[in-house]
Design a protein around this ligand. Sequence first.
Ligand SMILES: [Zn+2]
Length: 340
Amino acid sequence: MDPTIDSKLVSEPVETEKWKKKVQSPSYDLVSYKELPEYMKDNEFILNYYRVNWPLKEALFSIFRWHNETLNVWTHLLGFVLFLGLTVTNLIEVPQVSDLIAFFTRSLPMSGDINVSHHSRDLFVRTMTLVDLKPESDVTSVTRWPFFVFLAGSMFCLLSSSICHLFSCHSQHLSRSLLRLDFTGITTMIIASFFPPIYYAFECDTKWHFIYLGGITVLGLCTIVTLLSPALSTKKFRGFRALLFSSMALFGIIPGIHAVIINWSNPHRDVTLDYELTMAMFYLTGTLFYVSRIPERFKPGWFDLADHNHQIFHVLVVMGALAHYGASLVLMGWRDGHSC
Ligand SMILES: [Zn+2]
């Protein structure tokens, strides 16, 4: 053994033991706001329970540990599972899917004396029916894809948000990339939310599909490009980000009023509006919590683990999305019986 190292070990036994312990079993303790690197200082009213520079494996398993992001992760992860369940439930009820299953089962030759030409024509008709996305059994059923665009957008937003909250503690580089993913997820969800109401409300005048859905998509892409700038991810721009997302949502007022006017005689008008107003209230209240950092600003340190602004914001986002899901179901159900 090198004598220098040996003498150091003898002269500094306490330090060496400490160092050895650290290497053998690194402990990932939670730290206070004051100990955070600058890039993690986002909310000065949350004083403790931070994870800093944790390896990915420790960050992953911290989903089962208490820290100040635990409920941020779980609120949107459970929201994701809920929307996944809703998507699966709706998928198995979709006429196209049941038709597809029927198409294959009925196409299978059951006996040797099948009339081949009749069978081929039957196959062709069924194929054309599927390509046209109009179920043969129910000609008045409206297409479901705009509804599934909304469900997919919501799931993407909720899942990317959970991932962002779970792994942002790993490094500054990953934190920055995940924040961008989170903002992209929020923007995608806002764009996707426009698809069912605009598609079904303006089904008889499709130029509005291009105008409104094209408009919100362009606005959303501009928002994503703007938010990719690293400076805009900092806490200084919290209000600006909220303003960008809100203005995208407020864009919905124009097609909303237009849709009410042209569908005035729709018997489901009031119930759809109730759902959409409930959604707007949830999103608006959520944004107010996000911007004002209530309640932790009134008692810093009291809401570190539970009930701080971001968790309330997350729950309100899921509730808003559920209200919008209800409105979309009502509109889609009405369109099923009222083709143009
Ligand atoms: Zn979040």
